[in-house]
Design a protein around this ligand. Structure first.
Ligand code: CP3
Length: 335
């Protein structure tokens, strides 16, 4: 049974589906073991047998309703020919951005560089026939930001530094929109039946720039995914009250809320759109009484609403795997 799809498409309000952003990876010892043996992270993302294995690891441990393919949003800059490396304790580091070279990358060039991602999806699909398989991409803004900034914007972010070359920004946004659509189409052809768009850094955009950098590019991609008859979840992290504009303009099939958003507020604003997530990942580092209280809070608030249980951002590396099992059990017990 495709419970995630059923909740999003049919707006089923019983049988709450549950999965976790970043469920495949960092906090799982079985992932850490593979990671140690594979120091090159991009190479690991391009090993279809290991992609299959890592994608399925959390499903072997927990009673989850969906798998999310093990990959990374930065596989797109890589496929466009920009160097991408992951340094321990530093995060991603990208090479020099050569816009002319990027504009010259054809669809076929891109596909041939990232083909193992699609092979990995086909391999997972064969293994988990009765569950949803989520394909994903980074949104144009978040990808543009990594490509221009060449590292995480966590420190020293200045919007004007990113946007100052208007011609470069416009060309890059346009190229990214096209390549993101291509990457989505290939993931769907390989077996993904739900797509999530991560705009992890939408919250860094000044309010008056949201339309140009976030809403309009994401809207085009959402329209494209809808034309392929596959449901699409959007996660514009950190945009606070602008979630309402996002939903009204972009019209995703499901909206994933971050942990800063008041769940009661969003529920009363939007009666029909399926909602996903919300729980603060830091809660999972605390004691079980608090975890139970918070999980029940979200389940109660969204009772009678099509709701996908998930977090308000990814599972943190320090999370103990047992707490995931505990949460899944709590969601299952819900009447
Ligand atoms: O959700 C899953 O389990 C699927 C796999 C997945 C990864 N990255 C694997 C990964 C997904 C969905 C992503 C998305 C991603 N990647 C986002 C959007 C979601 C979010 O968390 O905001 C972003 C911004 C990235 C970029 C990225 N990749 C960063 C900043 C880092 C380093 C810090 C970190 O988050 O771990 C990565 C590396 C990365 N991507 C790892 C994993 C398992 C850790 C690699 C390692 O072991 O060093």
């Amino acid at each position: 049974m495709n419970k995630l799809k059923d909740c999003i498409v049919n707006k089923n309000t019983s049988n709450t589906p549950v999965w976790f952003m970043r469920q495949a990876g960092r906090y799982l010892p079985e992932f850490q073991k593979i990671r140690k043996e594979n120091p090159d992270f991009i190479k690991l993302c391009l090993n279809s047998d290991l992609v299959k294995e890592i994608t399925i690891q959390p499903l072997d441990r927990f009673d989850l309703d969906a798998a999310i393919i093990f990959s990374d949003i930065l596989i797109i800059p890589y496929g466009l020919g920009q160097k991408v490396e992951f340094k321990k304790g530093f995060g991603p580091e990208l090479g020099k951005l050569d816009i002319q070279q990027i504009l010259n990358v054809s669809d076929n060039d891109f596909i041939s560089k990232v083909e193992p991602v699609y092979e990995g999806i086909s391999k997972v699909k064969k293994k988990i026939k009765n569950k949803d398989l989520i394909g994903f991409v980074g949104a144009p803004w978040t990808l543009l930001l990594y490509m221009v900034n060449r590292k995480s914007p966590k420190k020293n972010f200045n919007f004007n530094d990113i946007s100052k070359d208007e011609s470069l920004v416009n060309k890059l946004l346009n190229k990214l929109e096209n390549i993101i659509c291509l990457h989505i189409k290939k993931q769907i052809e390989a077996g993904a039946n739900v797509i999530q768009i991560f705009d992890s850094w939408a919250g860094l955009l000044p309010g008056k720039e949201l339309r140009k950098y976030c809403f309009m590019p994401t809207f085009k991609i959402v329209e494209y995914v809808k034309s392929l008859k596959v449901p699409v979840i959007c996660f514009p992290r950190g945009i606070a009250k602008k979630y309402t504009d996002f939903i009204e303009i972009v019209k995703p099939d499901c909206i994933s809320i971050d942990y800063e958003l008041d769940p009661n507020w969003i529920k009363t604003k939007f009666k029909r759109i399926p909602i996903q997530g919300g729980l603060d990942p830091k809660t999972l580092l605390g004691d079980r009484t608090k975890v139970k209280k918070e999980v029940e809070k979200y389940l109660d608030i969204f009772s009678g609403h099509p709701y996908v249980f998930n977090l308000g951002h990814g599972v943190l590396p320090e999370t103990k795997p047992d707490i995931i099992k505990y949460i899944v059990d709590l969601v299952r017990q819900k009447k």
